[in-house]
Design a protein around this ligand. Sequence first.
Ligand SMILES: Nc1ncnc2c1ncn2[C@@H]1O[C@H](COP(=O)(O)OP(=O)(O)OP(=O)(O)O)[C@@H](O)[C@H]1O
Length: 255
Amino acid sequence: MKTIAISACQISAGAGKDAVLQRLDLPLPAGRWSCIVGPNGAGKSTLLKALAGLLPLRAGRVELLGRDLHAWPRRERARQLAWLGQNEAAADDLTVYDVAMLGRLPHQGFLQPASDQDRAAVEQALRATQAWDWRTRALGQLSGGERQRVLLARALAVQAQVLLMDEPLANLDPPHQADWLALVRALVAQGRTVVSVLHEVGMALHADELVVMQAGCIAHQGASIDPATHRAVQAVFDQRIAIHALQGQWVALPC
Ligand SMILES: Nc1ncnc2c1ncn2[C@@H]1O[C@H](COP(=O)(O)OP(=O)(O)OP(=O)(O)O)[C@@H](O)[C@H]1O
């Protein structure tokens, strides 16, 4: 039986007047990379925010590592669950190093200085995203892709068991998209759980498992190599993409 890292149990949620998600169930396996895909407005970000506890639920509950999300003491939960949001706001005058250090807050006592362990985690995260060389620069001086890599480093510095990332490839050039893929693979190899929302279906097909959404519902959940998953992805995009095998990988082409 698969161990579940984080799950939605009969959740209803939505930021607007009506709930976008209605009584939705979604178990996400531990030690795997699951990727949520679907058309614009399908409810992908709403679902990810609900899983992160960033959106109040109208019904149901989220379980993190077998325990109700809201039953976790706040700091302990923040050590287990890292978040990288879409267009994250961050203080532009902070240095890159200090932004990444924010990821260590759940590990630090009130007004306590950073420990050697905190500094090691920050350096490792900034090096992993090739942002270490900019550590003394202000966040506001960076390009969109550079900024995204610093925010990714902040999420990595948490060293959480479960990482939720909403469109982490936004603004990244192809080599850094490939680096992100390698990073996620390395996290999963260490037993961590990654859940991402991606628009790039070709990249999503590298995940272990796909969650295919449409109109606030889970249309399909399955292995990314399963032909049934490919059919579900093609269907929610109105057959406007086709998934093909190419040199040992799956690719999605417009049609
Ligand atoms: N703050 C908000 N107030 C009202 N409605 C909202 C709000 N945020 C999202 N919605 C609506 O909820 C629905 C789902 O939005 P959500 O952002 O979850 O979709 P998505 O699948 O992530 O879309 P995209 O691929 O475009 O990022 C959409 O119809 C959207 O208009």
